[in-house]
Design a protein around this ligand. Structure first.
Ligand SMILES: NC(=O)c1ccc[n+]([C@@H]2O[C@H](COP(=O)([O-])OP(=O)(O)OC[C@H]3O[C@@H](n4cnc5c(N)ncnc54)[C@H](OP(=O)(O)O)[C@@H]3O)[C@@H](O)[C@H]2O)c1
Length: 222
């Protein structure tokens, strides 16, 4: 499969790119609004992978070209740009392309981070509203810390919660996520459950903030 990470030059994009490239046989495409920036990120990621003994190829493109080539498109952009990024690549998406969103709407104050969903109920549902009708939308990777993913020396045993209305697309993304070493992908139900999944993220960040030894903490459901 080909996995495109739109905004893959950023934090979660880097983490997912490195883990997918190291742990799976899938082709990883980095998307950016600026293809030169995507290619610079690719050079960095390939150097990190080489330092860790992984012989993996990553490619860089403009977001539209990355989405056009991919079977799975991950919207690795800040939540307030997720809708516009869907619009920018909409022509390249069809029923064969799975659109994945890890985005969470949050606002911070002196206490910590607080869940702040858009009017659609969750960013995941907003993405589903903006995506062309036939395109299956899946929410995943919301509660993972990018820093932990990007640190290839870090081992973990964590869960990610996956929501979707399309069972086939959900299974594909769960299988894909499960190929990352130490990650288990649990079914959290349909898109209507996305707010509950997203809202765990500020909780995780607050736990990391108030417990020094739990930097980049994640969740394991047992
Ligand atoms: N960071 C985490 O630990 C983490 C964990 C789980 C989920 N998430 C979610 O993942 C998403 C990305 O988070 P992040 O921390 O990786 O974000 P980020 O590093 O701040 O940004 C990611 C990328 O988004 C692109 N971008 C910035 N402004 C944009 C705009 N106006 N329009 C379109 N693209 C824009 C940039 O790529 P180009 O300049 O190359 O286009 C940037 O490198 C968020 O929605 C977040 O909620 C993050």
């Amino acid at each position: 499969m080909r996995i495109a990470l739109l905004g893959g030059t950023g934090d979660i994009g880097e983490g997912l790119a490195l883990r997918f490239a190291r742990d799976t046989d899938h082709e990883v495409l980095i998307g950016s609004r600026d293809p030169e920036k995507a290619r610079d990120a690719v050079a960095d990621y390939e150097s990190i992978l080489e330092d860790h003994g992984a012989d993996a190829t990553v490619k860089g493109f403009a977001n539209e070209m990355a989405a056009d080539r991919a079977d799975v498109v991950v919207l690795s952009v800040p939540p307030y740009y997720a809708g516009d990024t869907v619009d920018a690549v909409a022509d390249t998406l069809d029923e064969e392309t799975i659109l994945v969103t890890p985005a969470v709407g949050m606002q911070g104050d002196e206490d910590g981070m607080h869940y702040h969903p858009p009017g659609a109920g969750s960013v995941t549902e907003l993405v589903a509203q903006r995506a062309p009708d036939a395109v299956p939308v899946v929410g995943a990777f919301h509660n993972l810390a990018a820093g932990k993913l990007a640190d290839l020396d870090a081992e973990f045993d964590l869960d990610t919660l996956v929501v979707a209305d399309d069972d086939g697309a959900k299974k594909t993304v769960r299988d894909l996520a499960g190929e990352i070493e130490g990650l288990r992908a649990l079914d959290a139900g349909p898109l209507g459950n996305a707010a509950e999944v997203e809202s765990v993220t500020p909780l995780v960040i607050n736990i990391a903030k108030y417990n020094e030894e739990l930097h980049d903490v994640g969740v394991k459901w047992i």
